[in-house]
Design a binder for this molecule. Structure first.
Ligand code: SF4
Ligand code: SF4
Length: 618
């Protein structure tokens, strides 16, 4: 049976979701609006994004991508829009749209008055020797595995590409506990935001410009990579080869729009390299050359999630306008002004140039470009902003409770601080998505530097640390003075005591190295920890467990029990067979509390009957 809907949306990423919201809100109901999505959960790329977004509050600035996805999905569902997951639009024919439902292994047929195609983009690949070895991943796959499935696909990575995606993935990998040996970038400049690049440099990750990957080393899986410098024509320069020992290579070399479906509608495609290659020709209302087919997001030109959301709204309001015959011009105009504002900066030049080829013109400039040179009054606890480029972002301005920060009237402007108003509260540090704001204060004996911190473990007061500069280079020893925890936004501020005069150069720190030989990985107990306790005279497995919590993690001792017995044996000279194994306690695997409660609830009838019976017996 063919199902007929008013609007069919392909893709539940940022553009598809806002498109659905615009249609459902304007039409007054989401009843005949359906989103078809391939993923196992809605949100598209947003579900993989654990970093905070730039932009302004109206488009969820300073909120993490997956949280934005959750908010949009909640809104879409509350409007009655149906989201069908794990289903793929396989064909758009003249008389029907076919959708393959992977869960039920069946093809459904649809007809729609309007189509909004927000099918996003696919990753570009790179040719190099052994690029099919297991361990070579696209950046999107790494994010899916790491952030959606909680699987780290390697321990040490080489990243190819220093655009925003490569830089963000590098940072997220470090957050997840992996090592990133280097980022290589063939061009002579970092393509992503400077604040993202600074974030990874402070972690000690080198960004090798004018370098490319030549070869993945390994037989059955990646064991290393060879990179080399390139000339102006991107040709490798012989003699510049370097080897990195890594077990994963992550390619972040760009995206190309998924145009297959829109092409099937008969919409005209045009080749515009600035927009990512072939894209559908469309007007400023996101309408293609087919009267009832609209597009939005990366499919219409590779950009970023905030502009995808705005394009989704524009497409959605236009569809609603045509469906109802009512005017939503005020809403459409508001969104167009937002797009205009977001696309004024230098990072949107490519998109502006690409759109101009379609006859769509966006203005540029009109924002502040000057850096602030005033570092504020010496001795006062104050914020220092190190956000050197014009990017569309202003949470620093909107979060400051005293109005001390301004971006100069245009969201792309470089922020400046009025030090007469700064009270040193640190709110801007915790809100800034670029981690580009620091706190400093010169004291009598030492100086304080407050750095934004999003890694684990969060250090405690008094922890001795290595102080690092902008490039992640060790420059002195220091200690943690205090930590301001931000459990909601998860960007904490770690205040470091640094030698006087170092307040302008210390921008990061390294915790003391822990011994690497972990025996109990759940509780992070090392061989050294166990040997130390055995040396104290505790040579019984159960006792060691009580003292160290060894074997008390989620695995219940499956991995560490035998290793611990071996260490006891080695240290005491007793054969393993003579050492008590210790008790095996249930449960053998972590069991959700919900499951236990459910089991108790299902026995409730029996329980209440017993109670009743008990009373009667009395
Ligand atoms: S530290 Fe507080 S008062 Fe100072 S600029 Fe930041 S948010 Fe404003
Ligand atoms: S300093 Fe302001 S403009 Fe720069 S990244 Fe942070 S919040 Fe955005």
């Amino acid at each position: 049976m063919v199902r007929h809907v008013k609007a069919l949306i392909v893709g539940s990423g940022p553009a598809g979701l806002t498109g659905a919201i615009a249609i459902a809100e304007s039409v007054g109901s989401g009843e005949e609006v359906v989103i078809i999505d391939e993923g196992i959960e809605p949100g598209g790329q947003l579900s993989k994004q654990t970093h905070k977004f730039f932009g302004h509050e109206g488009f969820y600035a300073s909120t993490r991508g997956f949280e934005i996805g959750n908010l949009l999905v909640k809104k879409v569902k509350s409007l009655g829009v149906e989201i069908i997951q794990q289903s793929t639009v396989t064909g758009i024919y003249e008389d029907v749209i076919t959708v393959y439902d992977r869960v039920n292994n069946i093809v459904h047929e649809y007809l729609a008055d309007y189509l909004l195609i927000a099918s996003g983009a696919t990753e570009r690949f790179l040719t190099f020797k052994n690029n099919t070895l297991p361990g070579v991943y696209g950046a999107g796959a790494v994010q899916t595995l790491m952030n959606q499935y909680r699987v780290l696909p390697g321990e040490s990575f080489l990243i190819v590409g220093a655009g925003n995606i490569g830089l963000i993935v590098a940072y997220q990998l470090v957050q997840a506990g992996a090592q990133v040996k280097a980022i290589v970038e063939a061009s002579s400049r970092v393509g992503g935001y400077a604040v993202h690049a600074n974030k990874v440099k402070r972690l000690g990750i080198p960004i090798l410009l004018r370098h490319t990957i030549l070869e993945a080393i390994g037989k059955d899986k990646v064991q290393g990579a060879v990179v080399a410098g390139v000339d102006e024509r991107f040709k490798p320069i012989p003699g510049t080869e370097k080897e990195f020992v890594v077990d994963a290579i992550c390619l972040a070399v760009g995206l190309q729009p998924n145009v297959e479906l829109v092409a099937q509608t008969g919409a005209k495609l045009v080749y515009i390299p600035e927009l990512g290659g072939y894209v559908p020709l469309r007007d400023e209302n996101m309408k293609t050359t087919v009267h009832n087919v609209f597009v939005a997001g990366d499919l219409s030109g590779i950009e970023e999630a905030t502009t995808a959301m705005i394009e989704g709204y524009i497409a959605g309001y236009n569809i609603a306008q045509e469906l109802t015959g009512k005017s939503f011009e005020d809403k459409i105009e508001k969104m167009k002004r937002e797009l205009e504002e977001f696309r004024r900066g230098p990072f949107s030049k490519k998109v502006r140039d690409g759109l101009r080829k379609m006859g769509i013109v966006f203005p540029e400039g009109g924002y502040r470009e000057e850096q602030q040179t005033d570092r504020g009054p010496v001795g006062k606890l104050r914020a220092i902003i190190e956000c050197p480029e014009a990017i569309p972002c202003n949470p620093c301005e909107t979060s400051c409770p005293t109005g001390a920060i301004n971006v100069g009237g245009n969201i792309n402007g470089i922020p400046q601080i009025d030090y007469s108003k700064c009270i040193g509260c640190g709110v801007c540090v915790m809100k800034c998505p670029g981690l580009a704001i620091f706190m400093i204060q010169e004291k009598e004996e030492y100086s304080l530097v407050g750095v934004p911190y999003e890694l684990l473990p969060v250090p405690t007061n008094g922890t001795k640390v290595k102080l690092l500069n902008f490039e992640g280079k060790e420059i002195a020893n220091g200690e943690v003075d205090h930590v301001v925890l931000n459990n909601k936004g998860k960007t904490h501020i770690v205040f470091l005591r640094v030698p006087k005069g170092y307040e302008d150069v210390v921008r990061s720190f390294r915790l003391p190295e822990k011994a690497e030989e972990f025996i109990c990985r759940c509780e992070e107990i090392t061989k050294e920890d166990i040997e130390r306790v055995i040396d104290m005279g505790i040579t019984d497995y159960e006792e060691l467990r009580r003292v160290l919590r060894i074997g008390m993690g989620p695995c219940g001792g499956k991995t560490c029990r035998s290793l611990t017995l071996q260490i006891i044996s080695e240290k005491t000279g007793r054969p393993i067979s003579e050492i008590q194994l210790g008790a095996y306690r249930p449960p053998t695997m972590p069991t959700p509390f919900e499951a236990v409660v459910k089991s108790a609830l299902s026995e409730n009838d029996e329980v209440s009957e017993n109670i009743q019976g008990g009373i009667e017996n009395e």
